[in-house]
Design a binder for this molecule. Structure first.
Ligand SMILES: CC(=O)N[C@H]1[C@@H](OP(=O)(O)OP(=O)(O)OC[C@H]2O[C@@H](n3ccc(=O)[nH]c3=O)[C@H](O)[C@@H]2O)O[C@H](CO)[C@@H](O)[C@@H]1O
Length: 362
């Protein structure tokens, strides 16, 4: 029986929210299980845990040494050793039966500590292209759960697709959501577009969509930019929303989404049933955002716009086309709560619960 689980995640919301979402599900469905959380020292990750009422263990890593600027590599390698002893300290305190690694730069020391202590471990890879931790873990015989049906470069059978655990949101009416976002008056009946650029809020995407929103053809539409900084202008049909964690109101009020292809946002948009224009971030490791976007568009109402080769006219045409398809096929996916619950439940049933019956996976 699994009695104590350590959830490890850090870096961006794309790693941290799946850990928090899965932890919340475990608390609701298996209250007898003790959960511990381990993260890094960046202010954004700490803000996310604290907004969820959690007080995680912290290891003092700034980022991965691999791919770090030349001048920082040595310091980061030193931090990895320090991270190893801090992770070991956390394992000693938490005494987990199992450890689930949701990714981010701080997973490597935890993977090693789990191996040294003979603790069952599992990696959840959110992306359709596996990162370094998942590939290394797989080579060490650690099971890998994935966010999508395909998880390159793994061959089928080397990973188990379960989806990305996301927070279980209840969608509300358009007008209630409008008010809960702090917006005045009646929610407009013309299309509302949610513009989401990941937890780090990709500025170039906001600027591209801002140009589009200024065109006459979109004058009656409303564009809500989540986490946009003040360098965008907030005139006319453009509304800047500060970074906020109650994104269910955005999903409730929006008709369409324009987004980066982070695995969690794509999953949330899918569960909310929003048609989406997906703009993969081209610098993502292994071009994983493009891999995510391709999988999303295969099964959902979505189109990819390539910011390196696509023109603004194409962006406008694709958005209009999405709106036309929304008119033809009314929105599905209002039961976002239960759809999200199923993903965490599958992760538990297929991979975590069996860890209790197997020993020495590492
Ligand atoms: C730039 C980058 O490398 N991004 C990667 C990062 O996630 P990144 O954090 O960029 O993106 P994701 O879409 O995966 O996750 C963002 C999460 O933060 C939430 N959110 C965001 C903004 C906000 O104001 N409020 C809020 O709650 C979203 O609802 C979502 O749950 O890790 C993911 C998982 O490996 C990858 O798929 C992304 O490609």
């Amino acid at each position: 029986m699994i009695r104590r689980i350590l959830l490890v995640a850090g870096g961006t919301g794309g790693h941290v929210w799946p850990a928090i979402a899965f932890g919340d599900w475990v608390k609701r469905h298996h209250p007898e299980v003790h959960l511990g959380y381990l993260t890094g020292m960046r202010s954004l990750e700490l803000e996310m845990y604290r907004s969820a009422g959690l007080d995680p263990h912290i290891i003092s890593l700034e980022g991965s040494p691999l791919g770090a600027p030349r001048g920082q590599r040595l310091r980061r390698w030193r931090q990895q050793f320090q991270g190893l002893s801090q992770s070991a300290e956390c394992f000693r305190e938490e005494r987990p039966d199992a450890c689930v690694l949701f990714g981010g730069y701080l997973c490597f020391p935890s993977l090693l500590v789990a191996k040294m202590r003979g603790i069952s471990a599992l990696v959840h890879e959110q992306n359709a292209w596996a990162g370094k931790t998942a590939r290394l873990a797989s080579r060490m015989g650690v099971p890998v759960a994935s966010g999508w049906d395909r998880c390159a470069p793994f061959a089928e059978g080397r990973f188990t697709p379960v989806g990305v655990p996301v927070r279980s949101f209840h969608l509300v009416s358009r007008q209630e959501a409008w008010q809960r976002l702090g917006l005045e008056g009646e929610a407009p009946s013309a299309p509302i577009v949610a513009v989401m650029a990941g937890s780090l809020a990709s500025h170039p995407l906001f600027l591209q969509v801002q140009n589009l929103a200024r065109e006459d053809a979109f004058a009656s539409w409303t564009f809500l930019f989540l986490g946009a900084s003040s360098c965008l202008d907030r005139q006319g049909n453009r509304i800047l929303l500060p970074r906020r964690w109650d994104v269910e109101f955005l999903y409730s009020v929006a008709d369409l989404a324009v987004l980066r292809a982070g695995a969690s946002t794509l999953t949330e948009v899918r569960l909310a049933g929003l048609p989406a224009l997906v703009v993969p971030w081209r610098h993502a490791t292994g071009d994983h955002q493009r891999a995510n976007a391709l999988q999303f568009c295969r099964d959902n109402v979505g189109q990819i716009w390539d910011e390196t080769t696509g023109t603004e006219e194409e962006l406008a045409t694709q958005l209009k086309r999405l709106e036309a398809s929304r008119q033809e096929h009314p929105r599905s996916g209002r039961d976002m709560y239960n759809a999200a619950e199923r993903i965490s439940s599958d992760l538990w049933r297929v991979l975590i619960a069996p860890l209790g019956e197997r020993r020495g996976l590492l």
